[in-house]
Design a protein around this ligand. Structure first.
Ligand code: FES
Ligand SMILES: [Fe+2]
Length: 377
């Protein structure tokens, strides 16, 4: 896996771009057939990729202690991730082994999972521990009826789940950069359904060519338009969005340069997860396809306990920075929904992603390759 440049190199590249009025450009543009946003068959193939690859499910900070769990659908399959009493995170298909009721919902902390239907009880390790009136089930072997595990690995502050293969298959997670250090705490999470294709939403996160047009009143006053460092690593990418304040670093010796407050990194973790760095906060955004034209956008917000006004563990939600991110997010969703409304109009046979939008070209190239590599079913 190609390694990412260090912060110092990224900052220097940005300062050079500012001086030369340039930005990173890819070798070629990419034309993605619009049919790939409209085909049920294509979506089914994409969902199979989402189930086959290790996909970031939630930040480690969502599972701070033994018994902490997150239950939600991933690629339309109910999944439960839980931290065991041994500290390890495991993930299961969230379905009771009696008659399939989901054994947990949302997020929380439990000592065991008791099915609400008839009370079958599972340990944090998924083992079936108790069956009320067990004598009614002749020959029931409890050791064979634990929750069904799926691949799960915790890496660099994220929990990755792979439903249809061992989590580390194919070395997908090798060389993953340090994403979320252990001091980041979960401040909150939210879910929002957006009437747009998941790929249209993903594309909006990984190019800076739209900063001026789309974000005139929000990001543009503090950021540059179409001035980015774009890198790929494995199937993933990272786009650096500099703030105008980065120019202040010119007065400081390079040894004292820090990206803090000077740029936002957006990591695109293939296929459908974004990790965005902001001063004093981190966002993990999961784009769950619900249908061709509907996506569930799940956002985890992380901060550090010292971000609070009193040095306590109270988040500081009203900060200007987060308001700005929210407002920019509204604009991005409006544009994505506008694309979705015209997508079947017949106007475009393909969407053309230019050389500034190279991370999107990489995404589609990788998605095509992953689908093509599928064994025929
Ligand atoms: S379905 Fe879970 S105990 Fe019956
Ligand atoms: Fe945007």
């Amino acid at each position: 896996m190609t390694t990412l440049a260090d912060d110092h190199t990224v900052i220097q590249r940005i300062l050079d771009h500012i001086d030369n009025r340039t930005t990173d450009v890819g070798e070629s543009s990419w034309r993605e057939p619009v049919a790939n946003y409209l085909s049920e068959e294509r979506l089914a193939a994409e969902l199979r990729v989402l189930r086959r690859f290790p996909v970031a499910f939630c930040p480690s900070a969502s599972l701070p202690e033994s018994g902490s769990y997150v239950a939600r659908n991933a690629a339309l399959t109910p999944i439960l991730a839980v931290r065991g009493s041994d500290g390890r995170v495991r993930a299961f298909r969230n379905a009771c082994r009696h008659r399939g009721t989901q054994v947990a919902e949302g997020a929380g902390c439990e000592k065991a999972f008791v099915c609400r239907y008839h009370g079958w009880t599972y340990g944090l390790d998924g083992a079936l521990r108790h069956v009320p009136h067990e004598h009614g089930f002749l020959g029931l072997d409890k050791s064979e009826r634990g929750l069904v595990p799926v691949g799960c690995v915790e890496r660099n502050g994220l929990v990755f789940v792979s439903q249809d293969a061992p989590a580390e298959a194919d070395g997908v997670l090798d060389g993953l950069p340090a994403l979320l250090a252990s001091h980041w705490r979960l401040l909150g999470s939210s879910e929002r359904e957006v009437p747009a294709n998941w790929k249209v939403l993903a594309e909006g996160f990984i190019e800076g060519y739209h900063i001026r047009s789309t974000h005139m009143e929000t990001f543009y006053p503090v950021q540059f338009d179409n001035l980015n460092v774009v890198e790929t690593f494995g199937r993933n990418s990272r786009v650096a969005y500099p703030y105008r304040a980065i120019n202040k670093l010119r007065d400081r010796p390079p040894a004292k340069w820090s990206i803090d407050g000077k740029l936002t990194y957006v990591y695109h973790l293939f296929p459908n997860v974004m990790v965005a760095t902001f001063p004093a906060s981190r966002f993990v955004i999961v784009l769950e396809p619900l249908a061709l034209d509907r996506t569930l956008l799940i956002t985890y917000l992380l901060g550090t306990p010292t971000d609070g006004p009193n040095d306590g563990d109270v988040p500081a939600p009203g900060t200007r920075g987060l308001d700005l991110v929210d407002a920019g997010g509204v604009e991005d969703r409006e544009v994505a929904c506008s694309i979705q409304r015209s997508i079947a109009s017949g106007a475009n046979e393909f969407f053309e992603f230019g050389r500034f939008e190279a991370a999107i070209g990489h995404f589609h190239r990788m998605l095509h390759a992953a689908i093509d590599a599928e064994s025929p079913r």
